[in-house]
Design a protein around this ligand. Structure first.
Ligand SMILES: *Cc1c(COP(=O)(O)O)cnc(C)c1O
Length: 397
């Protein structure tokens, strides 16, 4: 299984080790699950409210709304702001499809903005150009999507993504949003636990969406997600959308909504996980700094960059190498799993061929997509394992 050729008895290295975490808190998880089996409030039971309160405290924000997935959290936030046909939503193409999928589902149009080559997050200077280009309906200012509607798009929202666990650069983004009256939705599906200039990810925009998909830094044992906001009205609307657009109850329907509740059982599983999350974040820092120290000085690789005043939660530890394929192959032979996030930027996905983006339109994203790969990253990686991965990477380049 490990493919070790050197005959040493080494246990396989996991890309993400959920079993090690479970071993640590299994009795607490079981007792929380038993609690749900005993009280039987399977839909929006007390664990959901308890988790929402604790997560809001963790993030330092007024409202947390537990929902069915990260994708639904993004969708509901845009629904709460009535984003729809004719609206331009600016976002990065170097992310998971969910970020822009929700824009398209609502009939709005994603306008893809290239990324900063060091952080892989949306580039605020290019964002300014893209807003200007939409306002002037002039693709010579910045590449714009083709639209079926002859009417020019109206700039409405920005979705920055805290990619790989590193918050986007919110000061200039929020400044642009204020200037142009745009709504900002933080996609922090990978970012919960990250810090930007003293503030927690999830609190950095008008609303935020996170995911509890099992492999995320804070994951449950199924699908789940949450919305964060300080805005009372947006929180109310989100809670209504979560239950079929309910007014006083779910048979009083005051808007079109969804069935998008966080499961009580998933909340019960998340509660003990949230208890150890701060420690796990520390362990993630240990792993990342040991990687970075070991790989520093290797000029054939670009290691992740964390700007001053930021903390990454290291959802991924991502390297950049022009020789990606051969490096990955050598690592695989030594029993070290790697993964590519993301091999194709969204503007070049077949699902978006209707937008008419050309190869070369967003060059930093396109080059990154060809060169990035991620190393195993989880809080339970041992120092010896990290050292073994580092030396194998150094040999492979
Ligand atoms: C995982 C992810 C999502 C979607 O979350 P789900 O819970 O899987 O729906 C959205 N955006 C980004 C950046 C993600 O990594």
């Amino acid at each position: 299984m490990t493919g070790n050729q050197d005959g040493l008895n080494k246990k396989p290295i996991a890309f993400v080790d959920l079993a090690a975490q479970q071993e640590k808190i299994k009795t607490r998880i079981e007792s929380r699950i038993n609690g749900v089996l005993n009280h039987g409030h399977y839909i929006l039971g007390p664990e959901v409210a308890e988790l929402e309160k604790k997560l809001a405290e963790f993030v330092g924000i007024k409202h947390c709304i537990g929902v069915s997935s990260g994708t639904d959290a993004l969708l509901m936030a845009l629904m709460a702001k009535n984003i729809g046909p004719g609206d331009a939503v600016f976002t990065t193409p170097f992310t998971f499809i969910a970020t822009s999928e929700v824009v398209s589902l609502l009939g709005a149009t994603p306008v893809f903005v290239d990324i900063d080559p060091q952080t892989y997050n949306i580039d605020p200077q290019k964002l300014a150009l893209a807003i200007q280009a939409v306002q002037a309906n002039d693709p010579t200012i910045y590449p714009l999507p083709r639209t079926v509607n002859p009417e020019p798009l109206t700039p409405k929202a920005i979705i920055p993504v805290d990619l790989f666990g590193l918050p986007a650069d919110y000061d200039p983004i929020m400044h642009l949003a204020e200037q142009h009256d745009l709504f900002v939705l933080e996609d922090t599906a990978q970012g919960l636990g990250g810090i930007y200039k003293g503030r927690q990810a999830g609190s950095l925009a008008h609303m935020a969406a996170t995911s509890f998909f099992p492999a995320k830094p804070l994951g449950c044992y199924g699908d789940g997600g949450a919305i964060f906001t300080d805005d009372d009205a947006l929180a109310d609307v989100s809670r209504s959308i979560r239950v079929h657009g309910k007014g006083t109850d779910k048979y009083d329907n005051i808007r079109i909504g969804l069935n998008a509740r966080l499961h009580t059982l998933q909340a019960a599983i998340l509660l003990p996980k949230l208890e150890i999350f701060p420690q796990e974040i520390e362990e993630r820092q240990r792993v990342a700094s040991r990687y970075s120290k070991g790989l520093s000085g290797c000029d054939k690789l670009t290691a992740p960059y964390v700007p001053e005043g930021y903390q990454s939660v290291w959802a991924q530890y991502t390297l950049l190498s022009p020789e990606r394929a051969s490096v990955q192959e050598k690592l695989k032979k030594s029993g070290i799993p790697t993964a590519v996030y993301y091999g194709r930027p969204l503007h070049l996905q077949p699902a978006y061929s209707n937008l008419g983006y050309q190869q070369g339109a967003l060059p930093v994203s396109e080059r990154s997509a060809q060169q990035v790969f991620s190393l195993p990253m989880h809080p339970y990686l041992q120092d010896e394992e990290i050292d073994r991965i580092v030396s194998t990477v150094l040999q492979a380049v």
